[in-house]
Design a protein around this ligand. Sequence first.
Ligand code: SAM
Length: 301
Amino acid sequence: MFSALQWMVRRWIRFLGKEEALKLMNWNNSDPYFSLRVNTTNGYTRDDLVNRLEDLQVHYEKSIMDEFVRIREGMQAVLQAGLLKEGMCAVQDESAGFVVSVVDPQPGETIMDCCAAPGGKTLFMASRLAGQGKVSALDINKGRLRILMEAAKCHNLDDIITDIHGDLRLYAKESTAKYDKVLLDAPCSGLGVLSKRADLRWNRQFEDLEELVFLQDELLDSASSLVKPGGILIYSTCSIDHEENENRVTAFVQRHPEFTPQGVQGFVPAEFITDDGFYSSSPTKHSLDGAFAARLVRSMH
Ligand SMILES: C[S@@+](CC[C@H](N)C(=O)[O-])C[C@H]1O[C@@H](n2cnc3c(N)ncnc32)[C@H](O)[C@@H]1O
């Protein structure tokens, strides 16, 4: 009845309880919402986007995030009308938007986006810099990085964004550059986005989770070496699994006492803040994709 592998269901029941696990499975099997983020760099406002959606007779809801609009149907009409190609908006879930709020890009800052492609967060961070500052977008996947730079051109952000093709683990060993902020949006199980990525339900094995956790630790170690003294490391995933989220942060600060977790109060609304001060969105609580982010401040020495 619920198309999820047994190991996932067992895990959800164990960590969320039966009732919450059932709600999650229902959410994953329902028709997904899609969210559109208006591109303010090109001078558009949310009202411009709303007007275009009304012309196209696409039903929408204004989101709790200022730049976002949610639609359940009509994505085909949006694509055909060229709203994405003309750089008016991007498809982005608010759960990813809130990760950018946790980064809190400020004009003039240098930001390293370590696992950047296809660039949803890179673009949003670059637009928040308001023309001052730089985002370096690194990814191991050349094809996805090309898509990122095409989108950057379309959004008029290509002078702010520099692409770097490479494996973060090697890059961090060789590079002497240090950044004000470093975002590691790590490769993860995607267990928070199963309503949109139904394929993951069938493809993900428990062993994948173990491998991913190992990779997440390695990438966190590498990303941390790029943070300047007093700078901030942001670790995020689109997973709802503690093993990939809170547990990775706990293990990281044990290996790196020079980093201290900083609560995300003031960066995202209170209902998205966990008891430990992390950002967490939940499909069942917030009707958004699942995501997680932690802010870690590097000491001055
Ligand atoms: C969750 S996705 C990033 C999504 C992206 N931040 C966004 O918002 O659109 C993870 C990315 O990590 C990249 N990746 C995986 N291993 C990597 C490595 N060792 N070095 C650099 N990038 C890596 C993948 O190619 C993939 O694009």
